[in-house]
Design a protein around this ligand. Structure first.
Ligand code: UD1
Ligand code: CA
Length: 460
């Protein structure tokens, strides 16, 4: 089997997006279009990828940092054949070259694997991927002879009436044998309706040389939908959402309302977890088994272990241990390690903190820059005062500490294990183990105060 490399065309202007941002960097479900294409190429077996950039090249280049990706520059847009030629140094004679477009994010690695297999079994010099569509307007058409063998791919603008009636389209995806691709690119002409060097013309050139040229008809035309406008971006997102949700449901995840559930393509969810309506789950989030997420929650780059209940809350870049409950209305910010059987209750914010197993933070607390041990009880309204106006400091709390309601722990401060902090205390010095710390004004009672006040009023 030959090695596979991929060239991804992304030099076009994408003017219909009406955006300052390069088209291929626009996101679908929190992931950039180009990343879907790169991942599909990788999945199909490509060992390295070369992106042909032109319009806003620097922006695209600086946004993509992957060891397996290199770039080729196309300074003038002279057509898809010309674009591939700009990646000439990347093409090796004895390797197969997969060609993809940066703006077709729905293509899957599985489909590309089928194409690779077909290409190798048929021992083709080039295989073009085709699809059957109802409306082929704008696409190149695949023209076959009476026996069904491939003849040529003709552009919409160059097609005859009869050719335009064909519903088999060129999807813009190909696998070429490296040496043949180079040879054909050198012979491309631009004597066509658009005055461009068309990559599809390579097929006819190779066929006329007696090379084996085939068309692989893909089953799902939906994978080749291109994104040229914001409307098409939304259409692609809708298709992607359905595809991802279906995959999770097939794997044993309950999604109560798939039309209102947005799960990123790299998210992993364990069996018998339930996703309630209105959730956005994105990035590299991994959710264990038997979790209940939602309604109306957002998880970004999170790791949830089994049996977590996460209700109407937002969390990012943190880890939550098994059987912990979160929410409603909690906010877990980056770099939190939250243990097992923890309760993070309503209106609780946790940031850059470790929370040990069995600890309860039931309501209205801020826990920032804190290392909290096991089985601690945080009273309602307890605040870790982590910021002195200039610097952030850490708070350390030992196991089994009881933090009373409305307590301020002014960092840096350490509360040793088993101690109690009286409600309303503002603690500024370390507290040893096994004590009660009280840091508030002692209550005084002024007898006869009300009577005195009435007398004063009468004297006026
Ligand atoms: C192309 C195919 C057409 C196919 C269709 C599938 C050609 C001539 N036509 O048409 O047969 O049905 O894709 O979507 O190939 N690009 C460059 N540099 C260029 C021109 C294009 O990098 O000079 C890139 C674009 O950014 C885009 C891709 O190549 O990612 C396709 O170009 P586009 O102009 O959209 O080709 P289509 O007219 O759609
Ligand atoms: Ca296009």
């Amino acid at each position: 089997m030959k090695n596979l490399k991929a060239i991804i065309l992304a030099a076009g202007e994408g003017s219909r997006m009406k955006s300052k941002k390069p088209k291929v960097l626009h996101e679908i479900m929190h992931k950039r279009m180009i990343d879907y294409v790169l991942d599909a190429a990788k999945h199909s077996g490509a060992q390295s990828m070369c992106i042909v950039v032109g319009h806003q090249a620097e922006q695209v280049q600086s946004a993509i940092e992957r060891e397996d990706v290199s770039f080729a520059m196309q300074t003038e847009r002279k057509g898809t054949g010309h674009a591939v030629k700009m990646a000439g140094a990347f093409i090796e004679d004895d390797q197969d070259i997969l060609i993809l477009c940066g703006d077709t994010p729905l293509i899957t690695g599985e489909t590309l694997q089928h194409v690779v297999k077909f290409h190798q079994q048929e021992q083709n010099s080039v295989t073009v991927v085709s699809a059957m569509v109802d409306d082929a307007t704008g696409y190149g058409r695949i023209i076959r002879d009476a026996k069904g063998a491939f003849l040529k791919s003709v552009e919409d603008k160059d097609a005859s009436e009869a050719e335009r009636a064909v519903k088999e389209i060129n999807t813009g995806i190909y696998i070429f044998a490296g040496a043949q691709l180079k040879a054909a690119l050198d012979r491309l002409k631009n004597d066509n309706a658009q005055g461009e060097y068309y990559l599809p013309d390579c097929l006819e050139i190779l066929l006329s040389d007696g090379q084996r040229v085939g068309a692989y008809t893909a089953a799902d035309a939906g994978e080749f939908v291109g994104v040229n406008s914001r409307m098409q971006l939304a259409d692609a997102a809708e298709l992607m959402k359905k595809r991802i949700n279906r995959r999770h449901m097939e794997n044993g995840v309950t999604i109560a309302d798939p039309s209102h559930t947005y799960i990123g393509s790299d998210v992993v969810i364990g069996q018998d977890s339930v996703i309630l309506p209105g959730c956005v789950i994105e990035g590299n989030t991994v959710i264990g088994a038997d979790c209940v997420i939602g309604p109306n929650s957002r998880l970004t780059d999170m790791r949830l272990h089994d049996g977590v209940t996460f209700q109407t809350s937002t969390a990012m870049e943190s880890e939550i241990g098994s059987n912990t409950t979160v929410g409603p209305f909690a906010y877990i910010r980056p770099n939190c390690q939250i243990g097992e059987n923890v309760k993070i209750g309503d209106f609780v914010e946790v940031k850059n903190s470790n929370v040990g197993n069995g600890t309860k933070i039931p309501h209205l607390s801020y826990v920032g820059d804190t290392d909290a041990g096991e089985k601690i009880n945080f009273g309602c309204g307890s605040i870790m005062v982590n910021y002195d106006g200039e610097k952030k400091h850490r708070t350390t709390i030992g196991d089994h500490v009881f933090v009373g309601c409305n307590v301020n722990l002014v960092a840096p401060v350490t509360i040793a294990e088993n101690s109690y902090i009286a409600a309303g205390s503002t603690i500024t010095r370390d507290v040893p183990a096994d004590v009660l710390a009280v840091a508030r004004a002692r209550q005084t009672v002024i007898n006869g105060w009300k009577e005195k006040r009435i007398r004063k009023k009468d004297e006026k």
